[in-house]
Design a protein around this ligand. Sequence first.
Ligand code: CTP
Length: 401
Amino acid sequence: MGQLDGKRVLLGVTGGIAVYKAVELLRLLVKAGADVHVAMTPAATEFVQPLTFRELSYHPVAVDVFEEPREWKMQHIHLAECDLVVIAPATANTLAKLAVGIADNSVTTTVLATQAPIVVAPAMNSGMWENPITQENIARLRQRGYHVVGPDSGFLACRTSGAGRMSSPEDIFAAVVEVLTRQQDWQGLQLLVTAGPTREHVDPVRYIGNRSSGKMGYAIAAAAARRGADVTLVSGPTALTPPSGVRLVKVWTTQEMRDACVKVFPKVDACIKAAAPADFRVAEPSDQKVKKEAQAELVLRLVPNPDILAELGEMKQKQVLVGFAAESQDLIKNAQEKMRRKRCDLLVANDITMPGAGFDVDTNKVKLLYPNNQVEDVELMDKSRLADLLLDRVLLLIKAR
Ligand code: CTP
């Protein structure tokens, strides 16, 4: 039996030098038992003939959106009915189109029509990859739940070195298997996720806040919803698009976040507290805008906010409780102490001084701490992949209850 028996995969191939590696990816998918249909952009066919993909997939290759269909079904709708779409290579141009919903060829029309999970393997010159426009597009696709594999760094076709080389067919294949085999394993389970910062009023126009972007919590909520969980996302103010299929509760202050969590917590199987609630609030926020005249200095008195995680730790019955710890020194020692104090079953610790970890970046580098002092070192990865890894661990804990 192949790993992908019975799975229908659409391979979208767009125009870049890495098209030849998509042939190998197709071979791996077919060998694993998948029924693979291929759609190519006209530019992709300039690099490798559709014939190669047709022979290896045993299906006609979709290139021309207007061609006479072999079966009476509109081409893009027919192709969109699959278990997974993988686009390899995904050019900067295609990623930009996907980010805004342009549908002008057989690959982009199919992606716009599909309900299936989507894996993209970007491939381009490092200047194009590092361009803020491409980075914004990638961030937007990630927020929508796309799985992004790579790109790797190394020697590029343009004879320079840098980031932009498409990941190996083996790595892309592994990501496809991971996404397909995880599907719906959270079905029937309820999850509470918190995300983002909170804001504490100083006066009607000012607040005290922090640098949390909410990206980690949103990635967890999106991944859990994709895997079939019933998700409540309690979120402080963020600039992110809410993931589809989750119940969003918007809050502003730590007290509001606490109230929303305490209400939902008794019903859930697990709670992941990725938010960064403010530990203190202003004791006497002003009803009127504070004026700078008539005061040489402004002193704000702060009083402690409730510690939501600690309170949920007290309330805990059968729920699996996961905390985060952002530390800048003595990571393990501080995090272990936090885990015990807040009665967590798993603690995600990150050293916010490390490059690629912590606030407002798309990647994270964490250690997972368990109550028996076990520490799991997780490699640097993008937040959506980390979200899935965390959900794997939490699911094991739920099943072990
Ligand atoms: N947390 C919480 N309520 C708060 C503060 C934090 O629920 N008022 C949660 C966070 O969501 C996170 C965990 O506690 O899951 C740890 O947050 P962190 O800011 O690292 O810890 P603190 O307890 O605030 O400790 P310190 O700031 O002293 O490191």
